[in-house]
Each structure stands twice: as C-alpha cells, then as structure tokens.
Design a protein around this ligand. Structure first.
Ligand SMILES: *Cc1c(COP(=O)(O)O)cnc(C)c1O
Length: 360
C-alpha cells in the first residue's frame, strides 16, 4: 500500500486513523455481529451511532439548543432547491454571489421566486470578496444567502453581511469544522460532508427551529421539507448509515485533537506555509486577493498553460495528487482540508521550490 498526498477538492482526504478504525470494524461493529452497512437503521446500534454523531457535532460547533441538526441526502445541490422551497415564504431572497457555488445556488433559487443579487465579484472572475459592510439587504427578502468558502475560486467571507434580522443562510461545505464558528449568527448553516467531514452522500443542515415550517412552497415533496427530517430525527427514510458512521468517527477524531480551535491553528499553519511560499515565488502566484484567501482551497497559476500542465503532471508522479485547478480558474488548486497533514503541505512546497529552481 502506498497512500499519496491527496489535494482533491472533494471527495477529499480523510484522516488515516479514521479509515483504519472503519477497517477494523468493517466486518463487525461492536458486538452487533454485523457491519454498519448491514444494519437496520431502526436498530439500537444505529440509533446510537446517529445520536452520538449529532451530540459530538453539537459539542464541536457549540450548537445552541434552538437549532436542529439534520443528516440529509442529495448532496449540496439539493440544498440549492430545498432552501428556497422551505424559506422563501414571500417569494423573495437576496444572494451574494462570490463564486461558482453561490452562483449555482442563486440560479436554482430563481426557479422558485424573485432573487436579488445584492453583491457579486463576478467582474473579476470571483478573485475577491465584495465589501460586506456596504451590502444592502432588500426589505422584502425572506433570507440572505452566502457561500462562505468558495471551493473553486478559493475565497472565504471573513465578515458576515448585516442582514437586518433576516436569516442568514450559509453554505460552508468546504470549510465545515475547519475553524470555530458562532452558529447563532446564522439561520441555516449547512454543508455536504465530502469536502471536510466524511464520504459523499450526507449533507448536514443546522437550522434554527423557527425556520422549520409547516407552511412551505406548494407541492414541495415530503422528502424536501426540513420539517419531515426534523420531526423524524433524520430517520424519516433510510439514511446513508455507513456514511453517517464515518462522519461520527471524524467527529471523534476532531474532539481528540482538541476541537475546532486546535484544527484552526493547524489549518492556519498549513495554509500559511503555502501562501508564504507563493508570495515569494517568481513563477507561481495565488489568484485571490490576499485578504480574502481561503485556508482550505488554494488556487495558483504560473501564468503559462504549458508550464501549469508540466507542473501538474510532475506533481502527480511525485505523489502529490489532484492538484489540477478547476477549469474556470485554470492552473492548480491545492485543497488543504482538516485531514491533510502538515507534512503533505511541506512536501508540496518543497516540490514547488524545486520545480521553480529548474525553471528559473
Ligand atoms: C462541492 C460543493 C457543493 C456541491 O455539492 P454536491 O454534493 O456535489 O451537490 C456545494 N457547495 C460547495 C461550497 C461545494 O464545495
């Protein structure tokens, strides 16, 4: 076996410790005589797995009691529809568009009602975050939507917009549990787990309980109502049991490490290594304004397509995988999620420095 450093944006690297633990329990979970994959979702064993995962997540994120935690399916893209179907009660919403994912969410919301783009950074291919202090919320808006960390473009919203009491809805898929967060500032904070928490197939939605409504858009399917899942503790239908189990192991791993404060320090250290190198490099440069850079997704380019391609291909051979940038930005992208060890970033930076020497 030879595991590589995997810089994929998602599905992404998971903690090796967690994978080993899952391996050791794959044939028999506890004394159950069976794998988690074979269990009834109504069994005591699985209920324990689910409720412990929720409890640990509540501890990690310090989630207030008036918020529900839902483990849903359908990926991030299903939330793009569920949010307006459940929250657009008067047919209006404000969207802040800072990259590919908030743009997709905004376009989906337009199926359901009137959407105002109250700030956008598309003029410079989403290489920055617009000034949030000047953002004006529309009086009729039912909610204000952001994608707090844009996975493709590599930006993070550091100052939340002032929403005039309207619920702030945030997609944090690619920064989930990467740093401490004040959940009470959000109406809904949600993420697909395949970036930073677990295997694809689970979307975690943390929602303030007054936003879980009986009155949703007409003809909203039962499965797409937050209330269905809240009333049934995420067990309305068969949940992705194995994936939730792995998320639970990742939560335990994070708790053992010292929680979000500890991982935040580590994430700052890791991103710092790469950004410091990029800022001093003569051939590589980051594509995002310094103040808005993500700690999780780091896009960079040489400015020369052939050189980018050569770098990607040599990096792959050196065991630095999935470093090719998204087609809308080009160049390279290194995703430095929680489970990426510091050694992985050091190896990448050393490889870049050596590549730079050869191409100076
Ligand atoms: C990956 C991603 C999504 C989409 O997730 P799917 O599960 O593929 O639908 C949405 N938002 C962000 C920020 C993402 O990184």
């Amino acid at each position: 076996m030879s595991r590589v450093y995997n810089f994929s944006a998602g599905p992404a690297v998971l903690p090796e410790e967690v994978l080993r633990e899952a391996q050791s329990e794959i044939l028999e979970y506890g004394n159950s005589g069976m794998s988690v994959m074979e269990m009834s979702h109504r069994s005591k064993d699985f209920e324990d797995i689910l409720f412990t995962a929720e409890k640990d997540l509540r501890t990690l994120m310090n989630i207030p009691d008036n918020y529900r935690v839902l483990f849903l399916q359908g990926g991030g893209c299903t939330q793009f529809a569920m949010i307006p179907m459940n929250l657009m009660t008067h047919g209006n919403a404000d969207y802040i568009v800072t990259g590919q994912w908030s743009k997709k969410a905004m376009q989906e919301a337009r199926i359901f009602g009137n959407v105002n783009v109250i700030a956008s950074s598309e003029d410079r291919n989403f290489a920055y975050v617009p000034d949030m202090s000047t953002v004006k919320v529309t009086p009729e808006a039912d909610y204000v939507y952001i994608c707090q960390n844009e996975t493709v473009h590599g930006t993070t919203i550091r100052t939340l917009p002032e929403t005039d009491g309207k619920p702030l809805v945030a997609d944090v898929s690619s920064m989930f549990l990467s740093e401490p967060v004040d959940v009470s500032k959000y109406g809904v904070i949600w993420g697909g787990v395949q970036k930073n928490v677990g295997p694809a197939g689970v979307t975690i939605v943390i929602i303030r309980d007054d936003l879980i409504r009986d009155e949703v858009m007409p003809k909203t399917p039962t499965m797409l109502k937050y209330k269905t899942h809240s009333d049934n503790k995420s067990l309305y239908n068969t949940p992705p049991c194995w994936n939730i189990y792995i998320c639970g192991l990742v939560f335990k791993w994070l708790l053992k490490l010292g929680g979000t404060e500890a991982i935040y320090k580590r994430n700052q250290e890791k991103a710092g290594l790469l950004y410091d190198y990029l800022d001093g490099s003569k051939i590589f440069h980051g594509t995002v304004d310094k103040k808005d850079r993500s700690l999780m997704n780091v896009p960079f380019v040489t400015g020369n397509k052939e050189l980018d391609a050569e770098f990607v291909s040599e990096a792959e051979k050196a065991g630095l995988r999935n470093i090719k940038g998204h087609r809308s930005v080009g160049g390279m992208r290194a995703s430095l999620y929680n489970a990426m060890p510091v050694e992985g970033v050091k190896a990448l930076v050393a490889f870049m420095a050596e590549f730079e020497r050869r191409h100076a």
